[in-house]
Ligand binder design. Structure first.
Ligand SMILES: CC(=O)N[C@H]1[C@@H](OP(=O)(O)OP(=O)(O)OC[C@H]2O[C@@H](n3ccc(=O)[nH]c3=O)[C@H](O)[C@@H]2O)O[C@H](CO)[C@@H](O)[C@@H]1O
Length: 357
């Protein structure tokens, strides 16, 4: 069978798509997957490295744009629709799945027009624009969080959870034992990095002076802040591995005693799958403040800690980290609670449901 996975833009949309591709391909060696995205999305950078075929179409968002740019964006979408029809005619998929992000809209609409079985997956409790639109046209809407069903036609949603890549599931099984002396901190800000987290960590360093010999830090900064953050650690004499993007998140999660990160839906799914204790600093401008709600869904179950940006400072962050470093029993309890919330079979459930329809 052949499956097209459309969408991306950010890692939060793309990585669940990759998890579904892995599951679909593992079912039968004759199965084929084609990703469809845009040249400016994370998919264009990552998928060729991972060996997945990718077709590019023209697509962009409309949110927050003035009238002239909206018209331009609509024109791009129309062109993307024509490109999608051509791609679908050539690849002849049996199934099409939109995973959110601009490129999913023209592709899934084109697939529906051509009578190809189409589905979408929504990672968040509050759907993005593309999925809200597409929900009316597809056979099934796979959702990851309670609350999302309210945005889609009744009886069409299926709660599946958010698919997690196999390397991350396996990484959990191979995770390293906590080192006796050192304490490993993993810091990352979603797929693009988070400037506010980067600066808060830099401001926290003077307050962490007393534990600096013990700390081993892995810090993903995003493109812009890499030099700034690396220089700050160097100047303060901390041991830190700093990169703009971490290719192997499985190893990074595996080594971490504590994680500091945003609260995107895919991050949350992975944190629970790996059973990690985490200090969440949600991105406050996400639609309907959904990252805060994502974080609260864990924090309310004793499965993580929350600092909202309004309260964030170097001192507040350092205080939280110091408190947790001194309390391994509490960390272990939070890890267990996080793990108990994991949904590990989402990719399997989605692939089975698509093939049944
Ligand atoms: C600012 C914003 O609106 N962000 C949204 C975006 O987040 P974003 O794209 O940041 O996605 P998530 O936080 O959900 O997931 C990040 C993904 O990137 C991977 N990763 C991250 C860093 C790194 O160095 N290497 C790496 O591989 C993680 O393992 C994870 O798979 O999509 C999510 C899912 O739709 C939403 O919930 C978020 O609100």
């Amino acid at each position: 069978m052949r499956l097209v996975i459309a969408g991306g833009g950010t890692g939060g949309h793309l990585f669940p798509g990759i998890a579904i591709a892995e599951e679909f391909l593992a079912l039968n060696p004759a199965n084929e997957v084609l990703f469809v995205g845009t040249s400016h999305g994370i998919e264009a950078r990552l998928l060729p490295k991972l060996g997945y075929p990718l077709a590019l179409i023209s697509a962009s968002g409309v949110k927050g744009l003035g009238t002239a740019k909206k018209v331009l964006s609509a024109a791009r979408m129309l062109y993307g629709y024509a490109q999608s029809r051509k791609i679908l005619k050539e690849f002849k998929p049996d199934l099409v799945l939109g995973v959110g992000g601009y490129a999913s809209a023209p592709l899934v609409m084109a697939a529906r027009g051509m009578g190809i079985k189409s589905f979408i997956h929504e990672q968040n409790a509050f759907p993005g624009l593309a999925n809200k639109l597409l929900g009316r046209f597809v056979e099934r809407v796979f959702i990851s969080m309670k609350g999302a069903e309210g945005f889609f036609p009744k009886n069409r949603t299926l709660m599946t959870g958010n698919p997690i890549r196999k390397e991350i599931l396996w990484g959990f099984q191979e995770r390293q034992q906590r080192a006796t002396e050192a304490f490993s901190l993993l810091i990352f800000g979603g797929s693009a990095g988070a400037h506010r987290i980067n600066t808060a960590v830099i401001e926290a360093l003077p307050f962490l002076e007393g534990v600096k010999e013990k700390l081993r830090i892995t810090h993903q900064t995003g493109e812009k802040d890499q030099a700034l953050v690396r220089d700050a650690y160097r100047a303060a004499g901390f041991q830190a591995q700093v990169s703009s993007f971490i290719d192997n998140m499985s190893t990074a999660y595996g080594a971490a005693d504590l994680v500091v990160c945003r609260a995107g839906a895919t991050t949350i799914a992975e944190i629970t799958a790996c059973g990690k204790a985490c200090v969440f600093i949600p991105f406050p401008y996400a639609t309907d403040d959904h990252q805060r709600k994502n974080a609260e869904s864990l924090v309310n179950e004793g499965a993580g800690f929350l600092i909202v940006e309004d309260d964030l400072s170097g001192e507040v962050l350092a205080k939280q980290l110091l408190e947790l470093m001194e309390d391994p029993k509490r960390l272990a309890a939070v890890e267990r609670n996080a793990r108990s919330l994991a949904q590990l079979d989402a990719a399997q459930v989605i692939v089975t449901a698509m093939m049944e329809k």
